[in-house]
Design a binder for this molecule. Structure first.
Ligand SMILES: Nc1ncnc2c1ncn2[C@@H]1O[C@H](COP(=O)(O)OP(=O)(O)OP(=O)(O)O)[C@@H](O)[C@H]1O
Length: 541
């Protein structure tokens, strides 16, 4: 039993409670606060709160016939016994749901009026256990409606001890708590709604941004060859990490394009990707280019200048033609890559930077290492994840697509009307060996568009007589690949999601959830499920 409350001041906690209530941002924390603070009051044995909620057991409720509203009833949403008053045995649980209009609590919810508090027998009607009440010698159950702007939200029940003047001071505090509770519930519900809407907005935003990225996925990188697809998969895999990447391949194979794609899809996409063309820097200016300089540090340093590492801080630094960096600069580069520290030329102050390094070269860096022209430790630093771009002659399937892509781009750029090339022309383009790779193809197409007469493209392939336009059909589609209509795509996406949900037993989150199987974020999946109206079928109620 509780220590005698006679020395304590009744309802002392209630003042604190009144201050704490409006600060709660969720209904559950609010209810917890009320019952917790009330339980600390030495004059209360038990506090219970019921709120009106949709009826969930109406069909099996034994009191259904007496219920005045067969769709809603009072749900016990919070309760707390004061220390020393907890029942030692399992009690009947009739009070978990109370029909509107039934018993003292149910009547209070209908009339919105404070019920008489001192009749023990009635008090215990469907509200607290009679056995427990008698054993604890409580005087009854004070029942107060929780009313906001004339609408009854629920009922508060306080079980006071004998010492309490429940008709006077007790009633006063009880009323204050119930009234504050009504306002605080309404506020907390509004907060919860705002939170839900906010979350939904964030999810929608995330989803839409993802959709946008997906719709632009590799939008700039054209090609469907097996070797290019392998590169695209590598990009997809590594872009999300912060790993350094060494992109190798002949000149004009798209190394810079790949670097841009990696940056765009990486964690630093909001910050810039700074490019340094290491082949175009004069030998004695490398340091200044990388790390910056102070005014007067050398002849020509007329003002302070930031280096590329400083500019790229927080973002990505793309070291193009990295194999051209002289040995003496390589050690300084290694230091900044290892420790993130560097000094501007002419400055003693050590600065720090945080950059993701993407490097590209058309040299065989391994051989450069072997022959002592490239530091081995730097090579391994840069080559955490290698991506090798195949030359165009090894992916000739991509040539028609690329040619059409460049024709369209050049047509718009130079505002020219051109006829699509015939299959015969595309086939000739495919047979050419393209020493200059995609850049060469692009240049050739641009020239053809500029010099086209009456819309007829004239490709000037070195060493090849002019490819003849046959009378055959012009090619509008480069390959015989199936084009899937939008509605069909949506259908397939929906089926795929359903399949994943079925396999995951309706579970979205977690390692065995559907989102993992689809390799998308659970929030994204949840939004899609909602948008596709799949919720009812697959989500747990
Ligand atoms: N798969 C592709 N789809 C569309 N355009 C491409 C593709 N690959 C390369 N290009 C285009 O070809 C040109 C050369 O590409 P890029 O500059 O990325 O090559 P690179 O390998 O970095 O060349 P270099 O070694 O000379 O620096 C660019 O205009 C680029 O946009």
């Amino acid at each position: 039993m509780n220590a005698s409350p006679s020395q304590s001041q009744p309802f002392i906690n209630m003042r604190e409670l009144l201050l704490a209530m409006p600060q709660q941002r969720s209904v559950s924390s609010l209810l917890e606060t009320v019952v917790e603070k009330s339980a600390e009051d030495p004059f209360l044995a038990l506090t219970r709160i019921w709120l009106i909620r949709p009826g969930d057991h109406c069909a099996t409720c034994p009191l259904q016939a007496q219920c005045l509203d067969q769709t809603r009833c009072l749900h016990l949403v919070a309760e707390r016994y004061s220390p020393g008053y907890a029942p030692s045995e399992d009690l009947e649980d009739d009070y978990l749901r109370i029909p509107l209009g039934v018993g003292k609590v149910g009547r209070c919810a209908v009339t919105g009026e404070i019920a008489d508090t001192l009749s023990l027998a009635d008090d215990l009607d469907f509200a607290v256990s009679k056995r427990w009440g008698e054993a604890m010698q409580v005087i009854g159950l004070a029942v107060l409606p929780v009313v906001f702007q004339g609408k009854v939200l629920g009922v508060c029940g306080f079980v006071p001890l004998k010492e309490v003047d429940m008709e006077g001071e007790g009633l006063f505090w009880g009323r204050l708590v119930a009234d504050h509770l009504a306002v605080s519930i309404t506020n907390a519900e509004a907060f919860e709604q705002i939170e839900t809407l906010n979350k939904q907005l964030t999810d929608d935003y995330e989803y839409l941004s993802e959709e946008l990225v997906e719709s632009q996925a590799f939008g700039d990188i054209i090609g469907q060859s097996v070797s290019l697809n392998a590169v695209l998969r590598q990009i997809e895999m590594v872009a999300k990490t912060d790993a350094s990447i060494l992109i190798t391949g002949e000149s004009g194979t798209g190394k810079e394009l790949v670097a841009r794609e990696v940056h765009k899809r990486g964690p630093r996409w909001k910050r810039p990707m700074i490019k340094v063309n290491c082949a175009s820097i004069p030998r004695d200016l490398y340091e200044s280019e990388f790390f910056g300089h102070l005014k007067g540090a050398f002849t020509g340093a007329v003002q302070d200048r930031k280096g590329r590492f400083e500019l790229a801080n927080g973002g990505t630094l793309f070291l193009d033609e990295v194999g051209e960096i002289p040995l003496e600069v390589q050690s300084k580069l290694l230091r900044v890559l290892q420790e993130g520290e560097y000094e501007r030329v002419g400055d003693e102050r050590t600065r720090t930077t945080d950059v993701r390094i993407l490097a590209a070269t058309n040299r065989d860096l391994k051989r450069e290492v072997k022959e002592g022209r490239f530091r081995e430790d730097l090579y391994y630093r840069l080559n955490v994840f290698p991506i090798e771009l195949p030359p165009l002659r090894e992916r000739t399937e991509d040539i028609p697509l690329l040619a059409l892509h460049f024709i369209e781009a050049a047509r718009r750029k130079f505002n020219q009307t051109v006829k699509p090339p015939s299959r015969a022309v595309l086939s000739t383009l495919q047979k050419y060996s393209w020493p200059g790779n995609i850049r060469e193809l692009q240049n050739l197409v641009e020239r053809a568009v500029i010099t086209s007469a009456a819309g007829r493209l004239k490709f000037d392939l070195p060493g090849v007589s002019e490819p003849r336009e046959s009378a055959a059909q012009p090619v509008s589609q480069p390959a015989e690949e199936e084009v899937i209509p939008e509605a069909e795509m949506r259908k397939r996406e929906k089926e795929n999601i359903l399949r994943a949900l079925q396999q995951a037993g309706g579970k979205i989150y977690g390692d065995d959830g559907a989102a993992k199987r689809l390799d998308i974020k659970p929030t994204t999946l949840a939004t899609r499920i909602k948008a596709m109206g799949l919720k009812k079928q697959f989500l747990p109620e």
